[in-house]
Design a protein around this ligand. Structure first.
Ligand code: PBG
Length: 319
């Protein structure tokens, strides 16, 4: 009765990986997470919807042979992501589909955009042009919300204009507004295959993602995305950035999402597997803390099992 914060199934967004192979494949660094076939993605989405999860975020795992320096496959008609969005949308129309807008699944260097001619940095404005095209095609393929995760400057406004010009004025933008250059994305990069090969130096996204030390800069990024027309904003990662979530909550009236990223998920699993942490209570506490900090919705790989556990608690209570 006196509880101030609750995590409800309606708060959850379920990130899912899809690949073009003919069977599912586990992601070693993310126990319980799989790269799914399109058919299995559709099945999982239907079950998620039946559990009451309102939305899924779909990430494609692109075959290395289709990657190049400019990520050209991102715009190819009928590519894996567009097919997956279309199939899920027609099979499970009432599940909100969120499509990531970034080039990292498609570039052979793993950056979120195309590089400058000297190859030393991402070319912000050239990338934004491609992302506009990608966002429009994603929405046409079946995405209900487009979510630029690339952190290029000016992309929210540009994507808004591109969507409007394409007659997609009702497609909202969930901006990855405060996305930090975090070391917690490692398992995700394994999952989508954007991590550098063994021995190669890891790429740095520090010229476009935020310095983990900077709260005020994060607030400026949120303000900029809001001014450019973002319909919701996101803080990412979530658990190590609860202060940022709280500060953003106090500054904006937009819906606020927080992304509990792959590394946050992996660390709870790893500690539990070693017998050092109690799995389910830690999982639930990690999400409760993100809600308490001020998030309205949480992207989490735990979404399905938390939805199941919430449902069994309700059932248990009613019995
Ligand atoms: C890239 C992207 C990343 C994640 C979502 N979109 C990784 C990155 O910036 O390299 C990470 C999500 C996670 O770690 O769970 N566009």
């Amino acid at each position: 009765m006196t509880r101030e914060t609750r995590v409800a199934v309606e708060d959850l967004v379920y990130p899912l990986f899809v690949h073009g192979a003919d069977r599912n494949e586990p992601v070693a660094s993310m126990p319980g997470v799989e790269r799914r076939t399109i058919a299995d993605l559709v099945r999982e989405c239907r079950e998620a919807r039946d559990l009451g999860i309102p939305a899924a975020a779909i990430f494609p795992v692109i075959d290395p042979s289709r990657k190049d320096a400019r990520g050209t496959h991102a715009l190819d008609a009928g590519n894996l992501l567009f097919c997956a969005l279309g199939e899920v949308k027609s099979a499970v129309p009432d599940l909100v589909l969120i499509a990531d807008v970034a080039l990292d699944p498609y570039t052979d260097h793993g950056h979120d955009g195309v590089l400058t001619p000297d190859g030393r940095d991402v070319d912000n404005d050239a990338t934004v042009e491609i992302l506009c095209d990608l966002a429009v095609r994603e929405a046409q393929a079946g995405a209900d919300i487009v979510a630029p995760s690339d952190m290029m400057d000016g992309r929210v406004g540009a994507i808004r204009s591109a969507l409007d010009a394409a007659g997609l004025g009702n497609t909202p933008i969930m901006a990855y507004a405060a996305k930090f250059a975090s070391a917690y994305y490692g398992p995700f990069r394994d999952a989508v295959g954007s991590r550098r090969p063994e021995g190669a130096p890891p790429i740095s996204k520090a010229t476009y993602q935020l310095d983990p030390a900077n709260l005020r800069e994060a607030l400026r990024e949120v303000e900029q995305d809001e001014r450019e027309g973002a319909d919701m904003v996101m803080v990412k990662p979530a658990g190590p950035y609860l202060d940022v979530i709280r500060a953003v909550r106090e500054r904006t009236d937009l819906p606020l999402a927080a992304y509990q990223v792959s590394g946050e998920y992996a660390q709870i699993h790893a500690a539990a597997a070693a017998g050092w942490l109690d799995y389910a209570p830690c999982r639930d506490e990690s999400l409760l803390a993100i809600k308490r900090a001020g998030a309205d919705m949480i992207l989490t790989y735990f979404a399905r099992e938390v939805a199941e556990s919430l449902r069994s608690r309700v059932r248990g209570g009613a019995a």
